[in-house]
Design a protein around this ligand. Structure first.
Ligand SMILES: [Zn+2]
Length: 376
């Protein structure tokens, strides 16, 4: 009896140990799972309702809705006559940015910003904006040509412009230490909000970050404090591993079709290891110019005739690269014609939701061949 009782007791012990082992395994598994979620994994969250993909930006949680079928919808405005040639010809006659008028029609910087009044590198020329919408707002002409198609912007042209822009930003900051947040923006053709045809960029240097930049820096810091890792490094790593939206890149610059874009055909350039425009070294500047020139060629092949580009740069006097990497976003805009179907409506302007036609994974297939052809 005693023996039997002892056996029962042992079985009970073994059984209870098995339960303990099971419970321990469950505990280990959930700890592992928690660790996997906490160890810097980027979440590409999406769900599909009635053929519409609802996607959420992995950092900001901003919502985008993608329905590729919308690209095939009837756009009655597309039937209007293409007046592009006429617009180029007419605007050429009075263009203030063309070589014969630029010296007398545009203002000059004070001597402490530029001895010559305007900053010139190659064909690039930077001068103050007569109609600013921001602090220290300058304009930079890219070329002497009044009109260039998307496949005519050479890497050299872009690089010269970036060099001139950096010079302007550094000189301005040296004179006014409160001007700290640089923005480099390019509105190409009227549908992008560019009022002048002649290829030009806008350069601003502001006291505070714009709301979207502020949000990105804040969320990147939250991620860093929570995960102990740089969100942008994790994003590049994860996109490279998945291979669906990663176009080209290395540790200094990566080109990715954004998972949750805020515009049509959005391409994101992520500058590894730097947080500000003024930290752009020669290699990064050269690589970016080559990649941008090639993406614009790909855009042209896709039938794009207008675009916006904007950098999201941290402050010039602060190195935040530990948790925030500078990026630039490029989006296409409707083709320039007399009357066209706009690409943003009440959802974007009043509801804060971006509705686009193209899946980033499809865009990657269209852009990648242009960048695979020759790496810098
Ligand atoms: Zn012109």
């Amino acid at each position: 009896m005693i023996l039997a009782k002892a056996r029962v007791t042992n079985r009970q012990i073994v059984k209870s140990r098995e339960i303990d082992i099971d419970q321990a395994l469950v505990a280990v598994y959930s700890e592992l799972k928690r660790h996997m979620v906490m160890s810097g994994t980027i979440e590409f969250r999406k769900h599909i309702r009635e053929q519409i993909e609802y996607r959420f930006d992995p950092l900001t949680n901003a919502q985008v809705r993608i329905n590729p079928a919308r690209a095939r919808r009837i756009k009655q405005a597309a039937a209007s006559v293409n007046e592009l040639d006429q617009l180029i010809k007419e605007s050429r006659r009075t263009c203030p940015f063309c070589p014969e008028r630029v010296e007398k029609d545009t203002p000059c910087f004070p001597k402490d910003i530029s001895e010559e009044g305007r900053i010139r590198v190659g064909e690039s020329l930077i001068f103050p904006n007569l109609n600013p919408f921001g602090e220290c707002h300058a304009v930079g002409i890219l070329s002497k040509e009044h009109y260039l198609n998307l496949d005519q912007f050479s890497p050299e042209m872009i690089e010269n412009n970036l060099l001139a822009a950096s010079h302007y930003i550094l000189s301005t900051h040296a004179q006014n230490s409160e001007a700290r947040y640089p923005v480099y923006m390019w509105n190409y053709m009227p549908p992008s909000a560019g009022s002048i045809i002649h290829p030009h960029v806008q350069i601003l240097l502001e006291r505070e970050p714009a709301p979207q930049l502020s949000k990105l820096i804040e969320r990147s810091l939250d991620y860093y404090e929570k995960e102990g890792r740089n969100y942008w490094a994790d994003l590049v790593e994860e996109e490279k591993r998945l291979g669906e939206r990663f176009i080209i890149g290395d540790n200094i610059l990566s080109v990715i079709a954004s998972f949750a874009p805020c515009g049509f055909n959005e391409v994101c350039f992520i500058f590894g290891g730097i947080s500000s425009l003024t930290q752009l070294d020669e290699r990064r500047m050269e690589t970016f110019s080559i990649y941008l020139s090639k993406v614009l060629q790909a855009y042209r092949n896709m039938g794009v005739g207008s675009f916006n580009l904007a950098t999201l740069s941290g402050a010039v006097d602060q190195n935040q690269a530990q948790f925030y990497w500078m990026s630039a976003k490029l989006i296409s805009r409707p083709y320039p014609r007399g009357i066209y179907t706009n690409d943003s409506g009440p959802m974007e302007r009043m509801q804060g939701v971006w509705v686009v036609d193209t899946l980033p994974e499809e865009l990657t297939k269209q852009i990648k061949p242009a960048l695979d052809s020759k790496s810098p």
